[in-house]
Write a protein that binds this ligand. Structure first.
Ligand code: ASC
Length: 151
């Protein structure tokens, strides 16, 4: 019984620790997944953008809700840029993602960090604080797109 529990626990750990690429059956699935997460992130980031740019009224509660979705989505795409997912679907990902992995990781870590700060900023209920965090986050989107996304 104890041996069985041990094997079961080990199997669970292995499943959790399996390489990210193994989480997707085909490169196309990984590409769709990362594009979906980035698309949802962009939609909710855009709603905050509309507030900070005065296109819609500032709604502090909605800002927090949107920022929390942005921050959650920001964690997801990176596991879907595994080996072999540079091709096999409709992707604008540049080859540099796989040849300059340390730089790509640095950019994605920065995005996660800034979106976390965006949540904190949204919770102040102060539009100017939100504006500053929004600009910093947008800059991380842009710098990564400039380096790693085809037009
Ligand atoms: C967005 C969005 C992006 C970024 C980028 C920031 O709202 O969809 O990709 O902001 O445009 O420069």
């Amino acid at each position: 019984m104890r041996a069985f529990a041990c094997i079961a626990a080990a199997a669970t750990l292995l499943a959790i620790a399996a390489p990210a690429s193994a989480q997707f059956a085909k490169p196309e699935d990984a590409i769709k997944y990362r594009q979906s997460a980035l698309s949802v992130m962009g939609t909710h980031f855009g709603r905050i953008g509309a507030m900070v740019n005065g296109k819609i009224p500032f709604d502090a509660k909605a800002a927090v809700e949107n920022a929390e979705i942005v921050a959650e989505m920001a964690k997801l795409p990176w596991a879907a840029f595994g080996p072999g997912t540079d091709k096999g679907g409709n992707t604008k990902a540049k080859p540099e993602i796989w040849t300059e992995q340390a730089k790509f990781k640095e950019y994605s870590d920065k995005m996660v960090l800034e979106t976390g700060k965006l949540v904190i900023a949204s919770k102040t209920g102060n539009l100017d604080v939100l504006k500053t965090a929004f600009a910093a986050t947008a800059e991380t989107c842009k710098s990564c797109h400039d380096a790693f996304r085809n037009k």
